[in-house]
Design a protein around this ligand. Structure first.
Ligand code: SF4
Ligand code: SF4
Length: 89
């Protein structure tokens, strides 16, 4: 079942479109080649799923991520993509 949907404002930045009636959900995924470790995504993530981790790069805890897409929207470096995952918590 399609249980989470990113906020409308971020939909145009999504790189993955998940069909309805699928068992997938959205999770944020960081491109380490683009991330500069600025921490903006950490500041905006209300689920506390984003942290600055090893190598001063953003790390997303996919168990905590609710797929809202705000981090992808706020990242000025287009370092976060919303991708499909079958994992659920
Ligand atoms: S906002 Fe973007 S560049 Fe900044 S830490 Fe997060 S993913 Fe990296
Ligand atoms: S998609 Fe939302 S919940 Fe997931 S890491 Fe980004 S801001 Fe946090």
């Amino acid at each position: 079942m399609f249980e989470n949907t990113p906020a409308p404002a971020v939909l145009d930045k999504l790189t993955t479109t998940i069909p309805f009636n699928s068992s997938f959900r959205y999770v944020a995924q960081v491109d380490n080649g683009r991330c500069i470790g600025c921490g903006v995504c950490v500041a905006y993530c209300e689920a506390n799923a984003a942290t600055i981790g090893y190598g001063y790069l953003s790390q997303i805890d996919t168990e905590l991520c609710d797929g809202c897409g705000v981090c992808a929207f706020e990242c000025d470096f287009e370092a976060i993509a919303m991708t499909a995952s079958t994992r659920w918590h």
